[in-house]
Design a protein around this ligand. Structure first.
Ligand code: ZN
Ligand code: ZN
Length: 149
């Protein structure tokens, strides 16, 4: 989906959910949707405040939470690191670098989530599965190898 399509979908979703398309919401969503590197809330704040000077960090954080609730973005969490955001809200696996904490998308063909049932024995209804793999990204691997000599 290109940026223009995403912006259209954003406006439609706001309308459907009865939320006004404010300048702030538009700017935050556009900043997120125009990149694929899974930025942190602070990185998005930096990008948005260049275009909307005077927007507060709190507003950016709040808009991000709203976008997640609306299903227009997902939050990629991993222990010990800051949350990162992704405008691609469809289920897709992520690879997290243990050294630089960057988050990458990856694709696997015939991905099999194994035997996760739709309902767990205690009555828990499963609605989605998040896959996160950990390791070292090519940049950090190169740096590690260089240090090793
Ligand atoms: Zn890395
Ligand atoms: Zn992603």
């Amino acid at each position: 989906m290109d940026l223009q399509e995403r912006m259209k979908r954003f406006e439609e979703t706001c309308r459907r959910q009865g939320l006004p398309v404010t300048v702030q919401r538009r700017a935050v969503y556009e900043a997120l949707a125009s990149r694929k590197d899974h930025p942190t809330a602070d990185e998005l704040y930096d990008a948005v405040s260049r275009r909307l000077p005077g927007i507060s960090r709190t507003t950016v954080y709040r808009v991000l939470e709203t976008l997640v609730k609306m299903g227009l973005a997902i939050k990629v969490d991993h222990p010990g690191a800051r949350s990162r955001f992704d405008a691609n809200a469809t289920d897709h696996p992520h690879a997290v670098c243990l050294a630089c904490e960057r988050v990458f998308d990856f694709e696997v063909r015939d991905f099999d989530l194994g035997d996760i049932p739709e309902q767990l024995p205690d009555g828990f209804q499963v609605t989605g599965v998040t896959v996160v793999v950990h390791g070292y990204c090519p940049f950090c691997r190169a740096a590690l190898e260089k240090n090793r000599g």
